[in-house]
Design a protein around this ligand. Structure first.
Ligand SMILES: *Cc1c(COP(=O)(O)O)cnc(C)c1O
Length: 404
């Protein structure tokens, strides 16, 4: 059974104090905390088998290679990708998106159309703008509604035989909206366009099935699912990965090198130039194992309880407004208090040991849509509690009194 008190004991950081108060960590959408099980894997790597992979004949190198490739298999199975070589290990979501945007540079022509959504993180906007500048392709935007959902009627109209690529997040980091990606993918495929899903915000909450979705690219970061920073995944369908140019040249990604001609290695190594984050990759696998041992069904059910409880309690505060009110959302609450700057509330909450994020959450177009400078974002993970939400509510009330 799901026992939050037992789970909390896995996370050493949750027992520390901040400014003399017990830490309440509600910045999970920016990065998650790390359980002892994953920390142990990191310590074990550097204590016992730190070595470069794929090239060495010595024992340490073979052990590190075996563990790194085993992590790739764990990731493949978790996401239900068809082949392990379709899993490219990157430094994270941002790297993965840049890799695909770069790989499409030779596949696009002037006037081709790309579709993005109004709900995106900057890392799923800027690389594509750079690609458009390079190729003369045109960027079209799926607008959002007041509830923070995508306007799917407009999406359907934007699609045409000119559309080459659609990129949308699975879940919005700023608002928590769960986007209808199965429909988005199906409709894009009907006009022959490929789809990239930014799963950075989805993977802490749900377990995506890549083959069932029939998605062309799916990207995520380990640090949002209890793993370390600086490592992440690009899933790419074999046929697309084969068509794309490599992103970086260097060691590991070649077959033969001479000054006349270099040939590239096969998948996944073609896209993995240089020494990777070996320890990070292994810890990424361990983080997935940890989350699966708790179970994503249990996680989703519990987090939904936290979301409903937090929404109800926060809305009892007069003058508090929540942005992102879709029925389909995860445990992210973005809000403002009438007449008070989000930054001031965040600063006061920190004095009370409560970590929230304030600002535009790397999604300025959403803030522009609501005509606000930013929000206060409380994002809950499966290791948070209702008592912590009570502390947040009390903290916001206090901050409101002090600031108004
Ligand atoms: C966190 C996040 C990113 C960026 O991830 P990095 O690990 O910083 O590369 C992109 N998109 C969404 C939706 C995110 O939540």
């Amino acid at each position: 059974m799901f026992d939050v008190n037992k789970i909390r004991k896995d996370f050493p950081i949750l027992s520390r104090q901040v400014n003399g108060k017990p830490l309440v960590y509600f910045d999970n959408a920016a990065t998650s905390q790390t359980p002892q099980q994953v920390i142990d894997v990191i310590v074990d790597y550097y204590s016992n088998y730190n070595a470069n992979i794929h090239r060495g004949v010595h024992t340490l190198s073979q052990e590190a290679t075996d563990k790194y490739e085993a992590a790739r298999l764990t990731i493949q199975q978790h996401f239900n990708a068809k082949h392990a070589y379709e899993i490219i290990l990157t430094s994270g979501t941002t790297h993965s998106i840049n890799l695909v945007a770069n790989g499409f540079a030779t596949l696009l022509q002037k006037g081709d159309e790309l579709i993005v959504s109004a709900l995106e993180h900057h890392s799923n906007i800027v690389p594509w703008q750079m690609l458009c500048e390079k190729t003369g392709a045109i960027l079209k935007v799926i607008p959002m509604t007041l509830e923070g959902e995508l306007d799917m009627n407009v999406y359907t109209k934007l699609l045409s035989e000119k559309t080459k690529l659609v990129f949308v997040n699975h879940i919005s980091n700023a608002l928590g909206t769960i986007n209808p990606i199965a429909t988005i993918i199906k409709q894009a495929h009907q006009v022959g366009a490929a789809v990239l899903i930014d799963g950075a915000q989805a993977c802490p909450h749900i377990k995506p099935d890549i083959q069932a979705l029939d998605v062309d690219f799916y990207v995520t970061s380990a640090h949002k699912i209890c793993g370390p920073t600086g490592v992440g995944m690009l899933y790419g369908k074999e046929e697309w990965l084969n068509k794309m140019q490599p992103y970086q040249g260097g060691g590991e990604m070649i077959d033969q090198v001479s000054f006349e001609k270099t040939t590239y290695a096969g998948l996944p190594h073609k896209f993995e130039a240089g020494t990777p984050n070996i320890c990070g990759g292994i810890a990424f696998g361990a983080a997935i194992d940890y989350m699966n041992a708790i179970g994503f069904d249990q996680i989703a059910t519990y987090e939904h309880e936290l979301l409903e409880y937090g929404t109800k309690k926060l809305l009892e505060i007069e003058g508090l407004k929540i942005y992102g009110t879709s029925k389909n959302k995860t445990s992210v609450i973005s809000f403002n208090v009438d007449g008070i700057h989000p930054y001031d509330v965040g600063t006061l909450l920190d004095k009370m040991g409560i970590a929230v994020r304030t600002g535009h959450h790397c999604a300025q177009p959403i803030m522009d849509f609501y005509n606000i400078p930013g929000t206060i974002r409380a994002s809950f993970a499966f290791y948070n509690t209702k008592a912590e939400i009570d502390a947040l509510v009390e903290g916001v009330k206090k901050a409101k009194m002090m600031l108004s």
